[in-house]
Design a protein around this ligand. Structure first.
Ligand SMILES: Cc1ncc(COP(=O)(O)O)c(C=O)c1O
Length: 382
């Protein structure tokens, strides 16, 4: 299968897309049905089967998946939701969308994830949910957090945006959560251009989320079209919904990508292991598997040693050597919409967001390119 070309500056991420995806998208176009339809339904079934869960609802992004997941968890105005500040801002924004308040907890500096210990002190009578993020693909210790919060009536929603292909205690990451949200943005392993999925345990909640993604319609447009005499099958709108739909063109690409996911994970883990070997002795700490699972290395982040040049300087030196690295994960509580709202100090979050950086890692990265990254990094460290 041919892959898309890789430019001479080594990028941080290149999706692994080929002729098969192009053909699948073209077939969807040729079929004449390009909005949410049979391919979306097939992608949902395949994704649910991959996870070993019953209900998967395809949506337009992980942001919209989180939005629906919070509604599914019953979160609304006046509620509090504990989230890591160390996450893409969409995690906190989804809480704001439903009128609730994001309460920022610190993370374990080894994994970049929430723990029961960082979440527990922030629980109040108003806490309705926790969003546990599998940051950069590293599976969060879901069971530990659930054990700490569920006795208090708090639901854990897993933000598995980065984690398709990661494993938690022998199961795909997200599979053990009441509700989980995935992203298919091109910075993730499995991509549909834009796209997302929300999974959930409860069949009634799943049915409601299916309606909510499509304006609250009681019968989807695709079902009306497919039904004999569909024109007389009238839908009702029983609550205010959204347009959070995925298209059949995206789903067609997603079905092909899902089949390639195991190969993508294997290659990324191989390349990450090679980075670890090649960077030995530099003092850089490279993110690794936690005790309870394996990461897909969606983000291959490193923490430079004390005394290393400032991160901006490192990134500039890498860029000068033709290597496009990136700053590490952002911290929402340092951005304008959430500035000054953190209720507790977040030292691990602030350390990781200030100092870590993400190295190039993608399926088609060659060993020669990886050697160039390592040489540039060693030179940048001085
Ligand atoms: C942890 C996390 N949550 C949510 C999102 C939002 O995903 P999307 O771009 O699919 O809306 C991202 C995107 O990077 C993410 O990393």
């Amino acid at each position: 299968m041919s892959s898309n070309p890789v430019p001479s500056t080594i990028p941080v991420m290149v999706p692994w897309l080929g002729e098969e995806e192009a053909e699948a998208a073209a077939e969807a176009v040729r079929s004449g049905w390009v909005a949410q339809g049979p391919r979306v339904a097939a992608f949902e079934r395949a994704f649910a089967e991959h996870l070993g869960v019953e209900h998967a609802v395809a949506v337009s992004s992980c942001t919209t998946a989180l939005h629906l997941a919070l509604i599914g968890a019953g979160v609304g105005p006046g509620d509090e939701v504990v989230v890591p500040s160390l996450s893409f801002i969409a995690t906190a924004n989804a809480v704001t969308y439903v009128g609730a308040v994001p309460v920022f907890a610190d993370v374990d500096p080894a994994t970049g994830n929430l723990t029961a210990d960082t979440v527990e002190p922030l629980l109040t009578a108003r806490t309705r949910a926790v969003i546990a993020v599998d940051q950069g693909g590293v599976p969060v210790d879901l069971d530990g957090i659930r054990a700490a919060v569920e006795p208090r009536g708090v639901t854990v929603v897993e933000d598995a945006a980065c984690a398709a292909g990661s494993v938690y205690r022998g199961r795909p990451a997200g599979a053990g959560a009441e509700l989980a949200a995935y992203s298919f943005h091109p910075r993730k392993l499995l991509t549909t251009g834009e796209g997302g999925m929300v999974t959930c345990r409860d069949g009634e909640v799943a049915a409601r989320l299916r309606r909510l993604r499509e304006h609250g319609m009681s019968v989807s447009a695709a079902d009306r079209h497919a039904a004999a005499g569909g024109a007389s099958l009238l839908e009702t709108y029983d609550e205010i919904g959204f347009n959070h739909r995925m298209t059949d063109i995206q789903a067609a690409v997603g079905l092909v990508q899902l089949g390639k996911l195991p190969a993508m994970v294997a290659r990324r883990r191989e390349l990450a292991a090679r980075y670890r070997e090649l960077l030995a002795g530099t003092g850089l700490r490279l993110v690794e598997d936690p005790a309870h699972g394996t990461t897909n290395y969606q983000s291959c982040w490193v923490l430079p040693p004390d005394g290393a040049p400032e991160r901006a300087e490192l990134l500039a030196r890498l860029a000068g050597a033709g290597v496009s690295a990136r700053r590490g994960i952002m911290a929402a509580h340092l951005e304008a919409p959430y500035k000054g709202t953190a209720r507790v100090p977040l030292p691990a979050t602030e350390l990781l967001t200030r100092r870590s950086l993400i190295l190039p890692l993608y399926h088609a990265l060659t060993e020669e390119q990886q050697d160039r990254v390592v040489a540039a990094l060693r030179a940048a460290l001085g």
